[in-house]
Design a protein around this ligand. Structure first.
Ligand SMILES: NC(=O)c1ccc[n+]([C@@H]2O[C@H](COP(=O)([O-])OP(=O)(O)OC[C@H]3O[C@@H](n4cnc5c(N)ncnc54)[C@H](OP(=O)(O)O)[C@@H]3O)[C@@H](O)[C@H]2O)c1
Length: 284
C-alpha cells in the first residue's frame, strides 16, 4: 500500500473506506481545517495535514473528521474550488485590506485560483480592479471575473497609476511575489496597502523598510490563511460566508483543468509552466 494511503488508513480506520472522497486541507493536524470540511462538505471527509498550500499530504500527521451536517448543499465542483482559494480570497478582500466602494486595487495573476475569486469578490465589494495576467487567454478570464482593466506584468505599476489617477491604487494583492513585489509598491497611493500573500514566482528579496517611507508611508502585510482561520469559529464563519456567495450565484468557481491522479506529475508541470487557470482537479 502506498505510504499516503497507509498513513490515512492508520490514522482513523473506521471513518474511511475505499471509494470515499477526500480533500486535503493544509493546516496542522486536528485544527480548524477539519472543522471546515465537516461544515462545508456534505458528502466528503476532510483531511487536515501539515505543510503549506503547495505541500503534499504527510501521512503521519493527517486526521479526518466525520462528515457533518452541511450548511447547504453545493455541487462538488464548488466544494473543490472553495476550500482553500475561496476562503483565502474572502479574507484578503474583507480583512487584509478591507475594500471600500470605489477603491482601485491591483489583483495579480487574476486568472489563477485565488486571483480569479479575489477579482470577483473585490467587484462585489464595489472595487475597480486592475488585473494582471501573462496571456490573452488569461486576460479574457480576468475580464469575465469582472476586472475593469487587464494588464501584462511589464510596467504594470506605471499603467496602474495612470488608470487609477496620480495618487495610485488603494491596495495591491500580490500572490506572485519575487517578480512583482517591489514594482507593486510603486503603484500604491499614500498609506496604501501591499498584501503579499503568495510567491508563485518565488519569495521577494528582503525589504528595506525605508522604501515604505519613500513610497508614501505604505503598509505591508504577509498574511496566512492559518491566522485568519485559527479557531473553529473563525473558520466556520468564513467558510459559511464563502459558501453563501457560491450558493447565491455571486461567486463562480472555475475549474480550469482536470487530470487523472496518475497524471499528477503533468499537473505540477503545467502549474509551474503557468499553463493553468482557475482550480486544478485531480480525479481518481
Ligand atoms: N497566504 C495565504 O493564505 C495563501 C492561500 C492560498 C494560496 N497562497 C499562495 O498564493 C499563490 C497563488 O495561489 P493560487 O492557488 O492562486 O495559484 P495558481 O492558481 O497556480 O495561480 C498562480 C498564478 O501565478 C502566476 N504566476 C506569475 N509568475 C509565475 C511563475 N513564475 N510561475 C508560476 N506562476 C506564476 C500565473 O498566472 P499568470 O500566468 O497569469 O501570471 C499562475 O496562474 C501561491 O503562491 C500560493 O501558495 C497563499
Amino acid at each position: 500500500m502506498p505510504a499516503v494511503e497507509r498513513g490515512l488508513a492508520e490514522a482513523h480506520p473506521p471513518r474511511r473506506a475505499v471509494g470515499h472522497r477526500m480533500i486535503y486541507l493544509p493546516s496542522p493536524a486536528g485544527t480548524p481545517a477539519a472543522t471546515m470540511a465537516g461544515l462545508a462538505l456534505p458528502r466528503w471527509g476532510g483531511v487536515a495535514g501539515g505543510g503549506g498550500s503547495a505541500g503534499g499530504v504527510d501521512p503521519t500527521s493527517t486526521t479526518t473528521q466525520p462528515i457533518g451536517a452541511p450548511a447547504a448543499e453545493v455541487g462538488c465542483k464548488h466544494e473543490l474550488g472553495v476550500q482553500l482559494q475561496g476562503v483565502t480570497a474572502h479574507y484578503l478582500a474583507y480583512d487584509s485590506y478591507p475594500i471600500q466602494k470605489g477603491d482601485w486595487v491591483v489583483v495579480h495573476a487574476a486568472a489563477g485560483g485565488v486571483g480569479n475569486l479575489l477579482t470577483q469578490i473585490a467587484r462585489l465589494l464595489g472595487a475597480r480592479v486592475i488585473a494582471t495576467t501573462s496571456t490573452e487567454d488569461k486576460a479574457r478570464l480576468a475580464r469575465e471575473a469582472g476586472a475593469d482593466e487587464v494588464l501584462g506584468y511589464q510596467d504594470f505599476a506605471q499603467r496602474a497609476r495612470e488608470i487609477a489617477g496620480s495618487d495610485g491604487v488603494a491596495a495591491v494583492y500580490d500572490g506572485v511575489g519575487k517578480t512583482t513585489f517591489y514594482e507593486g509598491l510603486r503603484a500604491l497611493r499614500p498609506f496604501g496597502k501591499m498584501i503579499i500573500f503568495g510567491a508563485s514566482s518565488g519569495q521577494p528579496d528582503p525589504l528595506d523598510v525605508m522604501q515604505l517611507a519613500r513610497a508614501g508611508s505604505l503598509y505591508v502585510q504577509r498574511p496566512t490563511l492559518a491566522t485568519y482561520t485559527r479557531t473553529p469559529e473563525l473558520l466556520r464563519d468564513r467558510a459559511a460566508r464563502v459558501f453563501d456567495l457560491v450558493e447565491h450565484g455571486r461567486l463562480k468557481i472555475r475549474i480550469g483543468a482536470r487530470y487523472k491522479l496518475a497524471e499528477a506529475r503533468q499537473a505540477h508541470v503545467d502549474l509551474e509552466g503557468r499553463k493553468t487557470a482557475g482550480k486544478i482537479v485531480l480525479l481518481p
